[in-house]
Design a protein around this ligand. Sequence first.
Ligand code: SAH
Length: 373
Amino acid sequence: MTDVPIQQSPSGSRGRYDWTRAELAELLGDQPRYRVDQVWAGLYTQGGEPAEWTSLSKTLRARLSDELSPSLSLAAESVSDDGDTVKWLWTLHDGRQIETVLMIYPDRATVCVSSQAGCAMACGFCATGQAGFDRHLSTGEIVEQVVRARARAAADGRRLSNVVFMGMGEPFANYDRTWAAVERIHDDLGLGARHLTLSTVGVVPGIRRLAEASLPVNLAVSLHLANDTERNELVPINRRYPLAELADACRDYVEATRRRLSFEWALIHDVNDTDRHARELADYARPLRAHVNLIPLNPTPGYRVRGSSPETVRLFARRLGELGVNATVRRTRGTDIDAACGQLRATHATAPTSGDPTSGGPTPVAVGRRTHG
Ligand code: SAH
């Protein structure tokens, strides 16, 4: 992996958002220098297809359409019944599939992007974890998800304001490509660092690197349990980076960056929603002054346990408050369109494993399907 430039997909292909400015300058070596700026503006300011970049000649547009191929081709799109959540399943050049979710709010829009095709972390309740790891995404494969979502938000009259790395994959297992994507999203798509959130299952070296990073992005840690015995089972990476080590990295991160940390906690019936679990979480989160986001579990085919009832969710949040921890209950979005991590791909898989590159060819657009809701 180390000999592949980070802008390229590990399989060697290069999509249009994988090109650096220097590489584009080389590609356009026969053109006046300002062409590079025009192409860059086409990619990042305008978006869309090279054919639409009318500041360029027809000949050049045709050439760019050939040479700057997109990384993502649409396999399926689902729109929630209320139209506020759009989920895409994309097929990559090698047949791997990833998901992107756009959440539209009255005044803004947030996109949830994938950083890997599949995931090696194997969290029991997560559809992506259940299907296993395919490969890392390239920087361009990540950035293009944001560009596509921005275009869709704009078509709905919304500005894409936030990016969360909470789709498929573990961003800190693909740190360099992910970070290059963060810089591109910040520098070239113009989103503010405070509107970008990296979410990790608790990969300690990634947290330590982020503490030194140049942009003050947000960090979310998917905790789900605050004792090692139970977390080892639900979130296997805990065996490698146990809770004490994770807390040390989180403390150093908060001290170095002065940023607020958040913990994600998917509430699962009897697994992590009892009073004892609330106390363990509070003891863990309080010294770090972490904010807790409670997410009712989205059901997935490979995990038989239910999410907590709305009443339990409410009580758990109140209990955390009494214990001195700030908690927000997140609305689940798009349950009717399989918007939980990895679900859309799992539903669309035709072969035994969804990671099989031959599985899941083009699928008709499905609007408002209700599979797990
Ligand atoms: N690997 C990273 C980012 C991807 S998962 C991480 O673990 O943070 C993004 C978030 O979705 C995580 O908080 C994860 O725990 C959560 N998630 C995964 N499957 C879920 C499900 N079925 N219901 C609710 N949340 C889920």
